[in-house]
Design a protein around this ligand. Structure first.
Ligand SMILES: [Zn+2]
Length: 345
């Protein structure tokens, strides 16, 4: 089990970098990885604080993250020989930092600039264009430094996506339990409870998230970090990724002009809760309150694509047993579910 040793969340936390590097005994060279936007937002400040702490700092600009990009980053790490890698950015940068640091055997520190998904603290990462559209095990961050002054600058849609990714844990945990009961899969009560509690807290605090952005951001960040920790405890994405994520991955394949990950997962959660005969209306209300898309139209995809993705989802990851594997809904049943939940008319 790999867990972060330092989690620092709040306003202006970047200036606590010298204190963190001291506590973690970081010395020598640090490599800071970011894209051009996040460099201006936080990368430059991170580099400055590291230099103030007596570390020598190299900077690596990352534009995209394909398998080829990752191997180039790994070459750079081999050449520059940093003792620690800082990933400063959104999902793509953090994932790139996770994968490349793991393969080069150095720790990485997560400095998120958005709250769009739970990868900021999880040990899992995905590579675009790989044969696996879902996340694979890499390594957990040694520390997470989340500055809400930086994160608050990102568009509101990122917050919506983050909420959707946390609310998705309602059905992810149900799927995990189902796999345990029917397929005798390992099920960790503690990891499951942590993921579920995060989802409950986000729903309970939906109004706070919408009306009191600072405080709400903190609730969401803590929920996302807890989800990452739940995955570290479980040693897999099981507590956080179930049939609703399979639907989102399928939608990425069916419609390349897809919406944000958490937006798709949120919509998927309504559908999967319906298949479970659960309280899908409560999930839909919470998503609506936050301003998340709850129809195909709001998500920006066609009715046909939603139905197609829902039918395809079961084949995305055959080894992951979920409600979809149990029910194996055909196109007609998928359409019925999408209509019943008001996702399509
Ligand atoms: Zn997710």
């Amino acid at each position: 089990m790999q867990l972060p040793r330092e989690v620092i969340v709040g306003k202006g936390t970047l200036d606590r970098i010298p204190e963190v590097t001291k506590r973690l005994h970081l010395k020598g060279k640090a490599l800071v990885m970011s894209d051009s936007v996040c460099y201006d937002l936080a990368g430059l400040a991170v580099s400055d604080f590291l230099a103030q702490s007596g570390l020598s700092v190299d900077f690596l600009l990352v534009k995209t993250m394909t398998a080829k990009d990752v191997s180039e980053i790994e070459n750079q790490i081999r050449e520059l020989k940093p003792q620690v890698l800082f990933g400063v950015g959104g999902g793509t940068i953090i994932d790139a930092a996770k994968i490349s640091s793991r393969s080069q055997n150095i720790p990485f520190i997560s400095v998120p600039t958005t709250v769009s998904h739970d990868g900021i603290a999880s040990p899992l990462a995905s590579i675009k264009g790989s044969d696996k559209p879902y996340s694979v095990l890499a390594q957990a961050p040694l520390a997470i430094i989340a500055d809400t002054n930086v994160i608050a600058k990102a568009p509101w849609r990122f917050v919506i996506s983050g909420c959707g990714d946390v609310i998705a844990k309602f059905t992810a945990v149900k799927d995990w339990k189902l796999a345990h009961l029917e397929k005798n899969e390992y099920y960790g009560e503690y990891a499951a409870s942590l993921a579920l509690m995060s989802a409950k807290l986000v729903i309970e605090n939906a109004e706070l998230i919408v009306n009191h952005k600072d405080e709400g951001l903190r609730v969401l960040l803590e929920a996302l970090i807890s989800c990452g920790v739940a995955m570290s405890i479980a040693g897999s994405s099981r507590p956080c990724s179930g049939s609703e994520h399979l639907f989102s991955h399928a939608l990425d394949i069916v419609n390349s002009n897809h919406a944000m990950h958490g937006e798709q997962c949120g919509l998927g959660t309504i559908l999967m809760a319906y298949f479970y005969r659960g309280n899908w209306k409560r999930i839909r209300s919470a998503l609506k309150l936050i301003g998340a898309p709850t129809t195909a139209k709001e998500l920006g995809v066609s009715k046909g694509d939603v139905v197609k993705a829902l039918e395809l989802a079961v084949r995305i990851r055959p080894e992951r047993y979920t409600i979809l594997q149990k029910l194996k809904p055909d196109l007609e049943e998928c359409e019925k579910a999408a209509k019943a939940t008001g996702i399509i008319d």
